[in-house]
Design a binder for this molecule. Structure first.
Ligand code: TXA
Ligand code: MG
Length: 315
């Protein structure tokens, strides 16, 4: 069924077939994942991937994550190693992206990997997305479905806000459960976290039981270097606002119910807070607040990923 926005569709068999057709024809679709919504296209098609970069206004040197339904499919394009298998067994399908060496016979278009000799791969945990992956014989290149440098989308209407009707289909899969992007780990050499995410470095180290690279990454996650995740409203850390034009984001129950106060989790749960962060920042922008005041999150687990996004958003 179509809803208010004419290119947002609820999921059913007919829409599944329509989406598969669109992707097979080399066109793009806005799809839900458990982390954030993605802008999906055939990773084997240069043309489809070109459209992704163009629509997002993404610099061509920033490579995309390739999404697979199974290890068997991924094997064609990348060289899997022991560290990968250990982490796969523990966390996949789920919110973790692995950087691995590209295989000799890889079919991924070099545009998707920005000509690097590595590929970022992920096995998403979302029923809608996996039912689509099962019906196509190519993996999906899929960055977050937002304009480059803006906040990632956590619901279908967020995707619409950035792309309007430039996309022929956006599937409504409800609000993304996790609400923050996957952890990106480089396994192409000594392990190194390139982007903190829902799965923490501590958890990963617990599985791999080895030391991580301390090197500053060279290019690696190019997208991570610049301004990113911008809500379009300045962010100020460590203080409360004095004006009603300014919003305050916090979590836990210790604050009053002012109109410019936004609570990410009344029970003070960091996971819930993370899942509400982007949604809340978008809401604040829409309501016309001029500034966002927020305290840094605790420097462990998910708090690290949230602080990382806030720091970039404030640049
Ligand atoms: O949760 C997620 O990962 C979401 C959903 C849609 O799957 N996707 C996502 O994609 O966040 P994107 O394009 O917004 O972020 C991908 C990150 C970028 O920082 C990019 O630089 C990095 O992954 N990346 C991709 N390929 C890489 C490679 N070969 N080497 C190093 N970093 C890479
Ligand atoms: Mg992104």
């Amino acid at each position: 069924m179509k809803n208010f926005y004419s290119n947002i569709y609820s999921f059913n068999k007919k829409i599944l077939r329509k989406t598969v057709k669109i992707l097979k024809e080399g066109n793009l679709a806005g799809l839900p994942t458990e982390t954030v919504y993605g802008l999906a296209g055939n990773a084997y098609s240069k043309n489809a991937v070109k459209k992704i970069f163009k629509l997002k206004k993404r610099p061509r040197k920033n490579p995309l994550i390739i999404h697979y339904k199974s290890i068997n499919d991924a094997k064609i394009d990348v060289i899997l190693n022991d560290d990968f298998y250990k982490l796969y067994r523990k966390f996949c399908p789920g919110p973790i992206t692995f950087i691995l060496k590209k295989s000799k016979n890889s079919k991924i278009t070099s545009l998707a990997t920005a000509n690097l000799n590595t590929v970022a791969i992920r096995f998403p945990k979302n029923k809608i997305l996996n039912s689509i992956l099962k019906l196509i014989n190519f993996p999906l290149a899929m960055p977050s479905a937002n304009l480059s440098s803006k906040l990632s989308p956590v619901q279908a209407s967020d995707v619409f806000d950035d792309f309007k009707k430039k996309l022929s289909i956006i599937i409504n899969g409800g609000i993304s459960k996790i609400g923050i992007e996957s952890t990106v780990i480089d396994l192409s050499e000594k392990p190194k976290i390139l982007r903190p995410g829902f799965i923490s470095e501590t958890e990963i180290k617990g599985i791999l039981q080895k030391t991580f690279s301390k090197k500053k990454s060279k290019i690696k996650s190019p997208g991570m270097l610049k301004k990113h995740y911008s809500p379009g409203v300045p962010i100020i850390f460590g203080r409360k606002p004095k004006s009603l034009n300014h919003a305050y984001i916090f979590y836990g129950k210790k604050h009053k119910n002012f109109k410019n106060y936004f609570n990410l989790s009344k029970k003070g749960d960091l996971k819930e807070a993370a899942s509400n962060l982007y949604k809340t920042m978008r809401k604040i922008k829409k309501k016309g607040f001029k500034k966002i005041f927020i305290n840094k999150f605790p420097k462990k687990g998910l708090g690290i990923a949230m602080n990382d996004r806030l720091k970039r958003a404030s640049k």
